[in-house]
Design a protein around this ligand. Structure first.
Ligand code: DLL
Length: 434
């Protein structure tokens, strides 16, 4: 089933026309309404009428999260506050959050974008969908909520926390679709097992996971423990929330709603445009939003684009899994290390669990990476030899992928903190005094 066949299966040349028209309108709109953009365009000597083709997008300035923060809270809004009917915000690691405003039309668009993705993943009107994202300023819960409601699914707005109660709801309400972060899906499974509930005997059949990365190996673990199909979707609050892209049943990349979010991939250092297939930073221009339209927004997420037609019939360009962020890429002794690479190795080894932390310290002038990972069960704890040989296997596999040495620390099961929302696996202590 395809929610909006006309839009999702549009021939590329027709889509390009739609995009150009919408891009021009957006540039007009922000030039007119947002002093920040007017100044930025004037500074470059660019007027809205200079945008004659999609390639002209390169004339436009980038927008960064700092630009949104510097104009806190409403400075970049392109609609007067009385037209804004909802606010969301994303908490940054430091300082003030970034605030996002939605007009009625934006909310309508948002629901539609999410309905597209949940339908592509396989959700149907008959489903009972349990939303285990936090309802609040975070966009995850509300976004999925309105998208699933538009489809007509039965929504269980469980929100986050109270994990045992989540399991009870899943059992009693016959939940068929789970909406959460992938790490919370794992934690839920673990809790169910502790409650002596057979996770595979529940009615759950589909997972709509997002808000953080999930390696292919991690997906397989989730699919195995729950006996479900686990799909992934992507989005960010500044752009709208969830609903930027999502996987279809073939799980070969996330289809971007490119008739509303115009994607580019750039070299994060030089800002130069990269071609299809090349890995770089995802930059998105929102081409239909009213409340907070953004020109060439630097997502900091690292991915690549694939324009090939998909078996599902959608023509929309797909983005590959996010490999990391330009800001969480760890530079360890000069080598670029992405947490996702480490996750792929760890999760592929049966004897260890999918819970891990990456700790980076300074030893003298040198960076040191410690990988702390849980054993899958207690059985190895008594067997020193086996434990040692397991350590060697993991170390070797990591070395092949990372090309640097990491200290590996195997810890007892259930000792690494679990998360109800986005997992926080990286602990960078390099700027902290010892
Ligand atoms: O996480 C929006 C969302 C909610 C998407 C629920 C999907 C489902 P923010 O809190 O603003 O918004 O965080 C955005 O999360 O730039 C990525 O780094 C990361 N992220 C989101 N989805 C994925 C994903 C929501 N599928 C930031 N894979 C983004 C990897 C993801 N990272």
């Amino acid at each position: 089933m395809i929610w909006d066949k006309q839009a999702e299966c549009m021939p590329h040349n027709q889509l390009a026309q739609v995009q150009l028209e919408r891009l021009r309108k957006t540039v007009d709109r922000v030039y007119e309404n947002v002093p920040f953009y007017r100044e930025a365009l004037d500074k470059r000597g660019v007027k809205p009428q200079h945008i004659q083709s999609l390639a002209d997008i390169r004339l436009l300035p980038f927008t960064t999260k700092d630009d949104i923060r510097n104009n806190y809270p409403y400075g970049l809004f392109s609609s007067p506050l009385k037209k804004i009917v909802r606010l969301h915000a994303s908490s940054g690691t430091t300082g003030k959050p970034t605030v996002v405003g939605y007009t009625k039309t934006d909310l309508d668009l948002w629901s539609d974008m999410v309905t597209r993705l949940v339908v592509a993943a396989g959700a149907r009107e008959e489903d009972v969908a349990q939303i285990a994202f936090g309802y609040g300023l975070f966009t995850g819960a509300f976004g999925l909520h309105y998208g699933l409601e538009r489809l007509g699914a039965t929504i269980v707005p469980a929100s986050t926390g109270n994990t045992e109660r989540q399991i009870m709801l899943m059992q009693d309400f016959g939940t068929t679709v789970l909406i959460s972060t992938p790490s919370y899906a794992l934690y839920l499974a673990e809790t169910a097992q502790k409650m002596n509930i057979d996770t595979r005997s529940l009615q759950l059949r589909l997972g709509l996971f997002g808000a953080e990365g999930c390696s292919e190996e991690m997906r397989q673990v989730i699919e195995r423990v729950w006996g479900i199909s686990a799909t992934e979707n992507y989005g960010m609050s500044e752009l709208i929330g969830p609903g930027v892209s999502g996987e279809c049943q073939y799980k070969q990349g996330m289809h971007i709603n490119a008739d509303h979010f115009y994607p580019e991939i750039i070299d994060p250092v030089t800002g130069d445009a990269l071609s299809y297939g090349e890995v770089g930073e995802l930059v998105i221009t929102t081409i239909t939003k009213e409340g907070l339209p953004l020109l060439r927004y630097r997502t900091r997420d690292i991915t690549s684009l694939n324009p090939d037609p998909c078996q599902c019939g959608r023509t929309s360009v797909r983005m590959t899994k996010v490999q990391g962020r330009t800001d969480d890429m760890l530079k360890i002794r000069g080598v670029n290390v992405f947490p996702s690479q480490i996750e792929s190795v760890l999760v592929s080894i049966e004897e260890i669990g999918p819970h891990y932390n990456l700790i980076v310290r300074k030893k003298g002038y040198l960076d040191e990476l410690e990988i702390m990972v849980e054993l899958a069960d207690d059985s190895l704890l008594e067997d020193f030899r086996k434990l040692e040989s397991l350590q060697n296997v993991i170390r070797h596999k990591l070395k092949v992928v990372l090309s640097i040495d990491a200290n590996l620390r195997l810890v007892q099961p259930k000792t690494i903190a679990r998360s109800e929302g986005k997992a926080n696996r990286i602990i960078d202590l390099r700027n902290k005094p010892e």
